[in-house]
Design a binder for this molecule. Structure first.
Ligand code: PLP
Length: 410
């Protein structure tokens, strides 16, 4: 399928790119060093990879594995992987040392603390990235300032404050909040640690992207211990696309030409990667306006231009989904089948599972399912990138069945 095609509000476009740029910044050496750094952080644990055999049988695939990042550093989301690595790199750069030769404890040492006293980190966030930055800055004795877009959930705001940041909820959307954080950083001499790049601001976002690879690497190791060398399919949800680019870019490095079929999933109101793929000109394209979706972590209208190139060159298919797809995924993971384990998955973590369930169930989507080669032999990997970071909305979805799967309306 290589045209804009819509069924039940789900739109998909497949990749038709001919030339590819190899993602060298996510090579195996770098991933190993990132992992070594994370290992040195007190409280680091490998997050669970949950195999949902009951669900796999129900859906008609061989395996469904969910990497549950709600357990990451007790912060309920994967994002701190990027924030910690980037902040550590910024500090090392300032001190003129190589992060590969030191560890997190060294950065917390009195000697270093004296040298970095007064450093302030600033960022904009829907919630999860800001919490990670605040947590890392506090651990290292530094201050942080975090800007949130309008409508940010109360619990997400509180969680960032509790992690030690000065927090301001703006009346801007995510992309404009990023511009504000950048401006404030320049005015005040603060270090901008943003999870997306733009021309002239790539180094720190690239470190953040590299930081995310730890979860991708852990997942492969965990699959291996289950006797699986690699998944056949990976569903990756995208906001600006840094996380998806990190995972896919690393798997391209790891598996060379034989990397898994990768599906990029976005909310329809903020589907900037989908829009960019649809344009066919190879360039990133923006979605502007309200970016109104329950998937707050994915409510980003401007792709990270660095990771966009990875998604453009190596993803198989780009899918735009209405909110009900994510709500369905949340409910599926909250209601395990047979001996499956329950997973608490927030709105930005569950959309991939919701999509797989619809693809496997609805004959109207057979063409897309077949084009992806999804069948009883498929081994499918997901990243549950957050738990119930907005517990009120989580409850509405699970208790009240809010955002139902209203197939008739389409
Ligand atoms: C829970 C969650 N999942 C996925 C993402 C998407 O990450 P990216 O913006 O790098 O695409 C985010 C981003 O904030 C998030 O918070």
């Amino acid at each position: 399928m290589n045209k804009d095609n819509e069924t039940f509000g789900i739109k998909a476009i497949s990749n038709t790119i001919k030339e590819r740029k190899f993602p060298e910044m996510l090579n195996e050496n770098i991933v190993e060093n990132v992992r070594k750094f994370h290992l040195s952080i007190e409280g680091y644990r490998v997050t669970p990879l949950v195999c949902l055999d009951g669900l796999a049988k129900e859906l008609g695939v061989s395996k469904v594995s969910v990497k549950d990042e709600s357990y990451r550093f007790g912060l309920n989301a994967f994002k701190s992987l990027g924030g910690t690595f980037a902040i550590a790199k910024v500090i090392c750069e300032k001190l003129g040392i190589d992060l590969n030769h030191v560890n997190f404890d060294y950065l917390k040492s009195e000697d270093v603390q004296k040298k970095i006293e007064g450093m302030v980190f600033v960022t904009a966030t829907d919630g999860n990235h800001g919490r990670g930055v605040a947590w890392a800055a506090t651990q290292l004795g530094c201050k942080s300032v975090v800007y949130l877009p309008k409508g940010a959930a109360q619990r997400r705001v509180e969680a960032i404050r509790e992690a030690g940041a000065q927090v301001e909820v703006t009346d801007l959307n995510y992309d404009d909040a990023v511009r504000l954080a950048s401006k404030k950083g320049e005015e005040n001499g603060w270090y901008l640690v943003q999870d997306t790049a733009w021309e002239g601001y790539e180094k720190i976002p690239n470190w953040i992207t590299q930081g995310y690879t730890t979860m991708a690497d852990e997942a492969l190791e965990q699959l291996k211990s289950d006797g699986i060398q690699k998944p056949t399919h990976v569903f990756l949800q995208a906001g600006v696309g840094s996380m998806a680019g990190a995972v896919l870019g690393y798997y391209v490095n790891k598996f060379k030409g034989k990397y898994p079929i990768t599906i990029i999933v976005e909310p329809e109101k903020a589907a900037c990667i989908y829009k960019s793929a649809l344009s066919g000109d190879g360039k990133p394209h923006f979605v502007t306006g309200e970016l109104d979706t329950i998937m707050a972590g994915l409510a980003c209208g401007e792709p990270n231009p660095v990771t966009w190139e990875i998604l453009r060159d190596f993803a198989n298919t780009y899918v735009s989904c209405p909110d009900y797809v994510s709500a369905r995924g949340t409910r599926i993971l909250a209601n395990p089948i047979g001996n499956d384990k329950k997973i608490i998955s927030g709105e930005s973590g569950s959309v991939g599972i919701g999509l797989l369930s619809i693809l496997m169930e609805k004959t109207e989507l057979k063409e897309l399912k077949n084009s992806l080669g999804l069948n009883e032999e498929s081994v499918v990997l997901f990243f549950n990138t957050e738990g119930d970071t907005d517990p009120e909305n989580y409850k509405k979805i699970v208790y009240d069945g809010k955002y139902p799967s209203i197939f008739n309306e389409y």
